[in-house]
Design a protein around this ligand. Structure first.
Ligand code: GUN
Length: 294
């Protein structure tokens, strides 16, 4: 069996066009969605991610602002900026790029972001909303994976789904979202003994461990759907995922590539969440219906 390679770039383009349509509708109500990004320090990967987010904002028609702080910035300065942005009606999404330097109390910073503008979905209120299945902002990477599966009409209901990686950003929210859709979910992580005994059972395998070549063909069930969330830069400068793409492609039914798979969808779902936030803002504003009718 040779897998269909899911084109995350093409899907991202389609979803961004859907976002642009909604941006135009919002313009009729006098609202332009705005995203503020806070970047602290000089982490090279974070700079690339932030640039990609700003480029996506321009493509979709969002207003964007970037606040850059030096690596030795104080937590108080960053929190003051977030509080100012919380009160700014032209900003509908606020995102603090992670990781933060070690002097920052991560939870304190994330809990400062207004839960109504928390387009990453990292505020504890939004984490809790995900747990009880009443999601406000789905975290962008698992949201992108969900959209990829939907785009190929791959139902997760009743399927064995194995998530490799238990991070707060990807693995845990992914598992919760899949559970909400009635999948049977197992989460594996760095301490899992004999990873293959779990992965071989997966109808759908989502890998977000950050280890090149962690998943090889013998670990994958024939016909499985394999979603690779990993992004690893090798010594020769090339980008690879966590899955041995060429080997596993011969055994799976669907597979995502790295680059060109989940990555473009992560940024795209950030646009989606920001547009959604602006729509909620407009709907909650007195006189919104009148402006729409005008
Ligand atoms: N760092 C790595 N992934 C992410 C993400 O999805 N959001 C933020 N804010 N930082 C990240």
């Amino acid at each position: 069996m040779v897998a269909k390679v899911i084109d995350g770039k093409a899907l991202a383009k389609k979803v961004r066009q859907e976002c642009s349509v909604r941006v135009n509708e919002l313009a009729a109500g006098g609202v332009r969605p705005g995203l503020a990004v806070i970047l602290v320090g000089e982490d090279a990967a974070s700079k690339v991610y932030v640039n990609n987010k700003i480029k996506a904002c321009i493509e979709v028609g969002l207003h964007s602002e970037v606040y850059r702080f030096p690596g030795d910035a104080s937590e108080a300065a960053v929190i003051a900026e977030i509080e100012r942005l919380n009160a700014d009606d032209t900003i509908h999404g606020i995102l603090v790029q992670l990781p933060l330097p070690p002097q920052f109390a991560l939870r304190k910073v994330l809990e400062t972001i207004s839960r109504d503008k928390d387009v990453d979905g990292f505020h504890l209120y939004n984490v809790g909303s995900l747990v009880v299945g009443d999601t406000v902002f789905p975290p962008c990477t698992p949201f992108g994976v969900q959209r990829i599966l939907e785009s190929e009409n791959i139902s997760v209901q009743g399927q064995n789904v194995v998530v490799v990686g238990a991070s707060n950003i990807v693995g845990k929210p992914m598992a919760l979202m899949l559970m909400q859709k009635e999948a049977t979910v197992a989460i594996c992580h760095a301490k899992t003994r004999d990873l293959a005994q779990f992965t071989i059972l997966a109808d759908i395998l989502v890998v977000a461990a950050g280890k090149p070549n962690l998943i090889t063909a013998p670990m994958v069930k024939t016909g499985a759907v394999v979603i690779d969330v990993g992004i690893n830069r090798l010594a020769d400068g090339s980008l690879v995922g966590d899955v041995d793409f060429h080997g596993v492609k011969e055994k799976a039914s669907y597979i995502t590539s790295v680059p060109g798979g989940v990555g473009p969808m992560t940024v795209t779902m950030l646009m989606w969440n920001t547009v959604q936030s602006a729509e909620r803002f407009l709907a909650a504003r007195p006189g919104a219906a009148l402006e729409y009718a005008a």
